[in-house]
Ligand binder design. Structure first.
Ligand code: SF4
Length: 161
């Protein structure tokens, strides 16, 4: 639905208001899920990747155009150097109601609390897929028992809660 209180909005050619943005901050990952990456991957050169400062500038620009929810993805976003600071900066954009990352979970052992403090919620779907394929475990039980104190279940925002 169009928000008439915001005079500057992103509206697609079907008249739909665009209020959700996904930003991929890296094409690199510390996993090699068979459906996603080859064993020998060629990654983009650094010169073709947006700097962290450019990503924050873009996030602010889109927020001014009415974006309320931003999802940060990769590759695995948390393997990018400076990812936490980037998320903290994006999380400070006042008009955002939700900031989410899609992560494989590999860095959460050390970063979960800091992410929570930065107002970031995490979707760990890629890790669920990886564990299903590689470990044949019950991934939901493993993940949500381990991080349930830190993150809310999928669909709920750490910022809006
Ligand atoms: S964790 Fe995600 S990004 Fe990484 S290899 Fe697997 S599917 Fe690809």
């Amino acid at each position: 639905m169009t928000d008439l209180s915001n005079p500057v909005q992103l509206i697609d050619r079907f008249g739909r208001t665009v209020d959700y943005l996904r930003i991929s901050i890296t094409d690199r990952c510390d996993f090699r899920c068979v459906y996603c990456m080859a064993e020998e991957m060629t990654f983009l050169p650094r010169a073709q990747i947006l700097t962290l400062e450019e990503i924050v500038t873009l996030a602010k620009a889109f927020a001014e155009l009415g974006v309320k929810k931003i999802r940060v993805t990769g590759g695995e976003p948390l393997v990018r150097k400076g990812a936490l600071g980037l998320l903290e900066n994006i999380g400070q954009i006042e008009s955002l109601t939700e900031l989410v990352i899609t992560t494989n979970g590999s860095q959460l052992e050390t970063m979960a609390t800091a992410l929570k403090e930065a107002g970031v919620n995490a979707s760990i779907s890629a890790w669920i897929h990886w564990m299903l394929i590689n470990l044949r475990q019950s991934p939901e039980r493993v993940i949500y028992s381990k991080y349930s104190e830190v993150f809310k279940p999928p669909g709920q925002s750490a910022l809006s809660g």
